[in-house]
Design a protein around this ligand. Structure first.
Ligand SMILES: NC(=O)C1=CN([C@@H]2O[C@H](COP(=O)(O)OP(=O)(O)OC[C@H]3O[C@@H](n4cnc5c(N)ncnc54)[C@H](OP(=O)(O)O)[C@@H]3O)[C@@H](O)[C@H]2O)C=CC1
Ligand SMILES: O=C1O[C@H](COP(=O)(O)O)[C@@H](O)[C@H](O)[C@H]1O
Length: 494
């Protein structure tokens, strides 16, 4: 199975979204399907069936959908006639997915009208504690067919025990090979590109180990604060919201061994090996390896912004971290002793997701003092690109040196349109391509590593360190690297 082919038309399907009136559906899922419809990938007889408890009919739901598409599909992509045709595929069934007495007959009738041979995707975009009950009802009401898949939104649980409960709850009603746990970072072109860069370029493949690489930094910085999601976020925090899933997934593709093929299980086997080789972080070594922060008032993009606590609905005191930086180490021969620094925070100075591979410095030689090691930067967002500075001869000089960037803009005009990460993943579920979804053992391995950090924090005397909104996090994040003689990239550039 190829992970690159994304635009071939797919056979007709029924896509059932649970949580269809919610923020995620309106902001991401409907726009993603609409764009793919506009590109001709979705057949005209596909059905997109929204379900939620709100009492709406098709017309009222389409009206909400239209409003969302106007807001979230870029103006230059929004074509009235296409959107109208797309909305013709959209239906709504009012249904409490967790209630066996709910309107399952209504959903069944809508699906039966199309027949049971087509692919059915059940996309669960509700609170995760409903996933088990929804999966059970889908199964027991006879809606799960041979060609059915169930997509689970994050978070899968809030720690290892609850993740297992979600997995077991859904697993009782769907076989693992039909369960697609979505992590939208795996849908990002530049993250997928790490696999191509590593394994399609023998030069890089040979250099990809502890002999040549001094450290790796993975940053996912956001300028936004709570965006009205305080109810969810305050019970979560940056470690659960970003590190457990997105950043650990990025780490796995950077660090995994060469898979035997690009098949889903070959890839995921290697990713699991990375996760289970992470050295434990727990109460005994947290202080030396993990920094957490919470933003206080500050300035982002020239605008004064309130403190985290002031953004919470009741302005209650909170120990939830809005920033985490940590040093992970992988206990295997390739990576022994190489720090993987992960960092994610809200209210940072820039929206930036970046992977930095710092190569080791050279020896003093022909050109004088030791040259600093090269730094390969994979910019995930914005401006997806791969940057590799190289020393070249300074024009006109007899062997003076200049540093130039070998730069590949992945999203350059003329190349394929850069898609929102949900687009490809939603259609991969239709195609039955699970390579870019997270397997049960991966999720649980990630939680097994993260849960002792959460436990350590719950026992700690101190809460998160304060950092001003609009900065790169608390001093403790810089000190974490300084102890090893390293710096975060933007500190080094300053
Ligand atoms: N929003 C985002 O950017 C992201 C969200 N997620 C995850 O996606 C999921 C949904 O998030 P979000 O859209 O923000 O949440 P919202 O609170 O905005 O939406 C929840 C949806 O679930 C529906 N719902 C609630 N209970 C039931 C039920 N018993 N049966 C059927 N539908 C029900 C609600 O509709 P009604 O009240 O009408 O039933 C609503 O459509 C969560 O797990 C979240 O963590 C993940 C990544 C990003
Ligand atoms: O899953 C989540 O991701 C977003 C960040 O996603 P990105 O694609 O914009 O980098 C984050 O804002 C949100 O808190 C989190 O739940």
């Amino acid at each position: 199975m190829s992970i690159t082919s994304q635009l071939e038309p797919v056979p007709s399907f029924d896509y059932v979204i649970f949580g269809a009136t919610g923020d995620l559906t309106m902001r991401k899922l409907l726009p993603a399907l609409c764009r793919r419809f506009a590109e001709g990938q979705i057949p005209a007889d596909a059905q997109i069936i929204g379900t939620a408890r709100s009492p709406l009919d098709d017309a009222a739901y389409r009206e909400r959908g239209l409003k969302a598409l106007r807001e979230y599909v870029r103006e230059d992509e929004f074509v009235d006639a296409t959107v109208e045709r797309f909305l013709g595929l959209v239906h709504y069934v009012s249904l409490n997915g967790a209630d066996a007495e709910g309107n399952w007959a209504g959903l069944s009738a809508r699906l039966d009208a199309a027949g049971s041979e087509r692919v059915r995707v059940f996309y669960l975009a509700t609170a995760p504690d409903l996933y088990g009950a929804i999966a059970q009802n889908i199964n027991e009401k006879g809606l799960r067919t041979e060609q059915s898949r169930i997509v689970l939104e994050k978070p899968i649980g809030t720690d290892l025990a609850t993740a297992r409960m979600v997995n077991e709850g859904v697993g009782r009603h769907f076989p693992e090979n039909s369960i697609y746990r979505i992590d939208h970072y795996l849908g990002k072109e530049a993250v997928q590109n790490v696999i191509a860069l590593r394994f399609a370029n023998p030069m890089l493949e040979r250099l990809w180990d502890r002999e040549s690489i001094e450290y790796v930094q993975i940053t996912a910085a956001e300028t936004v604060g709570l965006e009205g999601r305080g109810g969810y976020y305050d019970g979560s925090g940056a470690l659960r919201d970003m590190i457990q899933n997105h950043l650990l997934q990025v780490l796995t593709v950077v660090a995994m061994e060469r898979p035997s093929s690009l098949d889903a299980d070959a890839l995921r086997d290697e990713k699991v090996r990375v996760l289970t080789s992470l050295k434990p972080l727990d109460r005994n070594n947290l202080a030396a390896n993990v920094a957490r922060g919470q933003y206080v008032r500050g300035t982002t993009r020239g605008q004064a912004v309130p403190a985290y606590r002031e953004e919470l609905p009741d302005e209650a005191p909170s120990n939830t971290e809005t920033f985490v930086a940590l040093k992970a180490e992988i206990d295997n021969p390739r990576w022994q002793g190489v720090p993987f620094y992960l960092r994610s925070g809200k209210r940072m100075p820039e929206k930036l997701t970046e992977i930095v591979i710092q190569f080791r410095a050279g020896e003093p030689g022909l050109f004088g003092a030791a040259r600093p090691g090269s730094r390969l930067v994979i910019r995930v967002q914005p401006n997806e690109s791969v940057i590799l500075p190289l020393f070249v001869k300074q024009p006109g000089s007899t062997f003076g040196l200049d540093e130039v960037d070998a730069l590949s803009k992945l999203g350059e005009p003329g190349r394929i349109r850069f898609r929102d990460s949900y687009e490809g993943l939603m259609l991969d579920a239709v195609k039955g391509s699970p390579a870019l979804f997270v397997r049960k053992d991966e999720t649980e391995a990630a939680w097994a590593w993260v849960t002792p950090i959460l436990q350590g924090w719950s026992e700690a005397a101190n809460g998160p360190d304060a950092y001003a909104a609009g900065t790169w996090g608390p001093d403790s994040a810089r000190e974490l690297l300084a102890r090893a003689g390293h710096q975060w990239v933007e500190d080094a550039a300053a």
